[in-house]
Design a protein around this ligand. Structure first.
Ligand code: NAD
Length: 244
């Protein structure tokens, strides 16, 4: 392969998960050649996708999988509900360092990270928060703490050779969601509807998964030499927050 013959080849790290799988579908629809790298294969085999099983903390697993890739989308993380400090540090921090290293080794051109809006949440309500907010100084859990570190690793890696940016959604809903809406429905089915925290005017931000994947594809397409997307973060949301 020459570099130009594989211009549209991309890798979705964490592509077996909820967001990753939706992104794979969007990329295929947009004419990209798609590979997936994940510790597990949960989707039925699909001959349009090259699947690589591996751990993103393993440089050799990643380097093999990234051969000839132009764009990498990073959508891998342990689920936020786990309280396992070591696992979050291992995957989100060490794994992200390893991914950046593998991208450099294999001369990947673009890296788009799925970060999280919670990296700027200090326990105080945010309304119409923008990308200039500083990182939280009191992260609510290890997930958030390591998402903030992960984002800085990716943005600091931005260079002429490897252009990077990060997308910050908050809650994501849509087909394939295993955590958010199913949890709310299960609680409602179990009759757990009597509790209210606050006066009912709390707001929470949810984004439809296709808005997130569309934002990620646009982010990758806008990463070009000299573009202001390089090294930038982008909040992503639906039009307005939902009363919760
Ligand atoms: P998910 O759990 O459905 O998918 C994550 C995937 O990462 C899984 O397939 C898992 O096997 C894989 N993975 C975990 N550790 C790995 C490792 N060491 N090596 C390779 N693969 C590994 O989660 P999701 O909801 O699709 O989230 C995707 C990304 O979006 C995450 O970075 C998450 O922090 C971010 N995010 C999600 C939401 C949300 O509401 N779902 C909101 C904001 C940000």
């Amino acid at each position: 392969h020459t570099r130009s013959s594989c211009k549209q080849k991309c890798m979705v790290v964490g592509g077996s998960g909820f967001l990753g799988r939706n992104l794979v579908d969007d990329l295929l629809t947009n004419g990209y050649t798609v590979s997936v790298f994940d510790v597990r294969e949960t989707n039925p085999p699909d001959d349009r996708i090259s699947f690589f099983e591996g751990d993103m903390c393993n440089l050799s697993d990643l380097s093999t999988a990234l051969e000839d890739c132009e764009i990498v989308f990073h959508c891998a993380s342990p689920p936020p509900s786990l309280g396992n400090r070591d696992l979050f540090y291992r995957v989100n921090v060490t794994g992200t360092h390893t991914l950046v290293e593998a991208c450099k080794l294999t001369r990947v051109r673009k890296l788009v990270l799925t970060s999280s809006a919670s990296v700027v949440y200090n326990g105080v309500d945010l309304k119409a928060g923008n990308e200039q907010l500083p990182y939280t100084t009191s992260p609510i859990d290890y997930y958030t703490q390591t998402k903030a570190l992960q984002e800085q690793i990716v943005l600091n890696a931005n260079s002429q050779e490897l252009m990077t940016c990060a997308i910050r959604p908050h809650g994501i809903f849509g087909p394939g969601d295993q955590q958010c809406i199913p949890g709310i429905i299960a609680a409602a089915r179990a009759g757990k509807t009597k509790y209210k925290i606050g006066d009912g005017s709390n707001l929470v931000d949810f984004t439809y998964v296709r808005n997130v994947t569309y934002g990620m594809v646009l982010a990758a397409e806008s990463l070009r030499a000299g573009s202001q997307s390089c090294g930038s973060v982008y909040n992503i949301t639906n039009d307005s927050p939902i009363p919760f």
